[in-house]
Design a protein around this ligand. Structure first.
Ligand SMILES: [Zn+2]
Length: 317
């Protein structure tokens, strides 16, 4: 792979991170600020421009040949716009044009954050060497992305693989997206904690009522905590099995805060997959924890920029 640098932006509801990344996925320079997520669109864009200004001040900047953006979604790569659910000041915000203007016209590639972490896991992490993979982030929400036939599959608008909003419970609870019984409505961290609390689980003396605290309780044998993780695992397994049956993935990679729960999640998940992934061609489906850490979004955005540089005809904006 070409060893020159690409620039990357990872834009979420909490932070805006930027980096210069080399052809081996190593970060050579970085900048970061908090996302002023409750402010108006221009204020948020100024935060992005501040991160870009730090990057362009780097002595390495001159070697950057493209820029990749992984953004909280929905994104629309056909128009270069973003409308992140948790950043209300941006609706159809022309992020690609604004970033391109801020970096002197470099080619810019936009993908959703779930697609970005998938690109990172496929390039450097747990999905490396797998031609057909589903990668998921299970944390405050549930996102994901697909690798098909050895290539990242962002879909026309950059959102493909959004497994969190596949319904696995037809008459289930209403999801903020408008549908019912979505994977996210059952398996996200806040929903794991909510279900445990509704069923009588109580946070410890420190008052921590998070999914991580429920995971700790499950590890020490609390039956309500175990049951809440089991239910989340079932929802994830049903979504993963549906995906595998549709497009024949051979591995599902799970990251995010809930993905760090370890056996509390993965043991019931692998068991539930046996109940839902039943046809011969999906029975050998592997489920593995993600390997990329907090830089997955940046590394994945860089991977998308590199792929675009290698194949400019595939550029979508
Ligand atoms: Zn939904």
């Amino acid at each position: 792979m070409h060893t020159d640098l690409v620039a990357a932006l990872d834009i979420g509801g909490t932070k805006i991170a930027g980096a210069l990344v080399d052809g081996h996925g190593r970060i050579q320079a970085r900048a970061q600020c908090l996302t002023p997520a409750r402010e108006d669109g221009e204020t948020i864009m100024r935060a992005v421009e501040q991160v870009l200004a730090e990057l362009t001040a780097s002595p390495l900047w001159g070697r950057a040949t493209a820029l990749g953006i992984g953004s909280a979604g929905p994104v629309d790569a056909t128009t270069g716009t973003v409308s992140p659910v948790n950043v209300p000041g941006w609706r159809d915000f022309p992020l690609v044009a604004r970033v391109r203007a801020a970096v002197g016209g470099l080619p810019v590639e936009l993908i959703g954050d779930g697609v970005a972490i998938t690109a990172a896991e496929h390039w450097q992490g747990a999905a490396r060497g797998h031609d057909n993979a589903l990668c998921m982030v299970v944390s405050t929400g549930v996102g994901g992305g697909l690798v098909l036939n050895g290539r990242l599959h962002p879909g026309p608008t950059g959102n493909a693989g959004h497994i969190g909003h596949i319904s696995v419970d037809l008459d289930g609870d209403l999801c903020p997206c408008g549908a019912r019984g979505c994977v996210e409505r059952i398996a996200s961290g806040p929903n794991i904690a909510r279900r445990a609390i509704e069923n009588g689980w109580q946070a410890g003396p420190d008052g921590d009522g998070s999914a991580a605290a429920v995971a700790a309780a499950a590890r020490s044998g609390d039956p309500v905590a175990i049951a809440s993780f089991k239910r989340a695992a079932q929802a994830l397994a049903a979504g993963i099995a549906a995906t595998a049956t549709l497009v024949e993935i051979d591995i599902a990679v799970i990251g995010g805060g809930v993905g760090k729960a370890g056996d509390v999640l993965f043991a019931p998940l692998r068991k539930a997959l046996g109940d839902y992934a039943t046809l011969s061609f999906v029975q050998r489906l592997a489920v593995e924890p993600a390997q990329m850490g907090t830089d997955a979004g940046l590394v994945g955005a860089a991977a998308a920029a590199l792929a675009r540089r290698a194949d400019p005809a595939a550029a979508r904006v």
